[in-house]
Write a protein that binds this ligand. Structure first.
Ligand code: KG4
Ligand code: ZN
Length: 339
């Protein structure tokens, strides 16, 4: 019997809901429908996510989005077999909305629920694409809160090869963008502005590039950007594109070179990129180039599934159930794990 899985994501500033069908046997789970509401506009006025506003907006959106995905796939509440939600990491209040709704639906429908690790959602999101990867692979997980290189041998078989010792790559984008007055979220804004700039205009550090291990550090880069911005003073507006391009080049350079080192060290011939920064155009270009040279296949989530969404949560739930690692339970204590 196939299973219909509802996935709810509410860890930060996007409310995402999706329906995935887990077929019987070993076939790849299928995305039936997904819906997303981004709070970006609401938080923009504050230059960043305001947790309390995020929670309240998740409350407003989550049920209408659930109704939308059910209508789109011609399903009813009663057809749902499992309700999956993001257990963490994320903003506590925001997570509680998704967990609360998931548990309430589960209890009302007498169906099991399943809490999913947000990063596992990102990690498995490339399986939602038309050309899904095969295990094993190296994963580069680059989001607003995390930067990790992982060895992935199967669902739940993850080994961290290296990670950031301070800021995440997305954070480096966001903080640098803020210093340049480019607004929130900084990654896409900085990347857009960088298109008109010269990536060699400013010499910025590539921290830990030659450390010999697979760890990252981006705090120093942010400080260097701040120093440059201060030095430019009134000239900053005229040079923002150059500074943005130089910052993007520095971040991408480190990400690509460390990923290539991870591939060499593990001998793997496949890499998966996931998380919001995976949407970055320059990262994709340079990684594609480097991987082509090394005859390594590279997989990305579809562009619109790089940032937070419900589809990746439903997919991760489906794959965990399919792998036998998880037995969803009628246990409605919503124990979120913000950190
Ligand atoms: O995965 P995600 O949606 O949320 C977290 O789990 O953190 O990632 C959000 C991060 C933000 O830091 C955002 O600035 C960054 O991903 N991001 C980008 C791009 N799109 C999103 N960074 C660089 N270039 C982009 N095109
Ligand atoms: Zn995320």
């Amino acid at each position: 019997m196939s299973l219909l899985i509802l996935g709810i994501e509410s860890s930060c500033d996007e409310t995402g809901v999706a329906l995935v069908r887990l077929p019987e046997g070993g076939a790849v789970p299928q995305l039936l429908s997904h819906a997303l509401h981004s709070q970006i506009e609401m938080h923009q006025a504050y230059g960043g996510v305001v947790p309390e506003l995020a929670s309240r907006d998740h409350i407003r959106r989550v049920l209408p989005l659930t109704e939308a995905v059910l209508a789109e796939s011609g399903k009813q509440l009663a057809d749902i077999d499992v309700v999956a939600f993001t257990r963490g990491p994320g903003l506590a209040g925001a997570l509680l909305v998704g967990a609360g709704v998931a548990c309430a639906l589960g209890a009302a429908l007498d169906k099991p629920v399943l809490g999913i690790h947000h990063l596992e959602g990102h990690l498995l999101s490339p399986f939602l694409s038309a050309d899904p990867p095969e295990f094993p692979f190296v994963a580069l997980l680059v989001s607003g809160g995390h930067t990790q290189l992982m060895r992935v041998d199967g669902v739940g078989a993850y080994e961290i090869l290296g990670e950031t010792i301070d800021d995440a790559a997305g954070e480096a984008f966001d903080k640098s963008a803020k210093l340049m007055g480019l607004g929130y979220p900084g990654g896409p804004a900085l990347s857009r502005r960088a298109q008109d700039g010269d990536p060699k205009a400013f010499k910025l550090p590539r921290p830990l590039l030659h450390s010999g291990d697979l760890d990252f550090s981006f705090a120093g880069l942010k400080t260097a950007v701040l120093t440059q911005a201060k030095k430019l003073g009134d000239e900053l507006p005229a040079r923002t594109a150059d500074l943005a391009a130089s910052t993007e080049a520095a971040i991408v350079d480190v990400l690509v070179r460390k990923t290539m080192t991870a591939l060499k060290q593990t001998g793997m011939k496949r890499v998966v990129v996931a998380g919001g920064v995976g949407a970055n155009r320059l990262l994709r270009e340079q990684l594609n180039q480097a991987c082509a040279q090394m005859k390594v296949r590279v997989h990305y989530p579809e562009l619109h599934l790089c940032t937070d969404n419900g589809a990746m949560i439903a997919m991760a739930a489906a794959m965990r159930i399919q792998s036998g690692r998880e037995q969803p339970a009628r246990h409605y204590a919503f124990d979120v794990k913000p950190r």
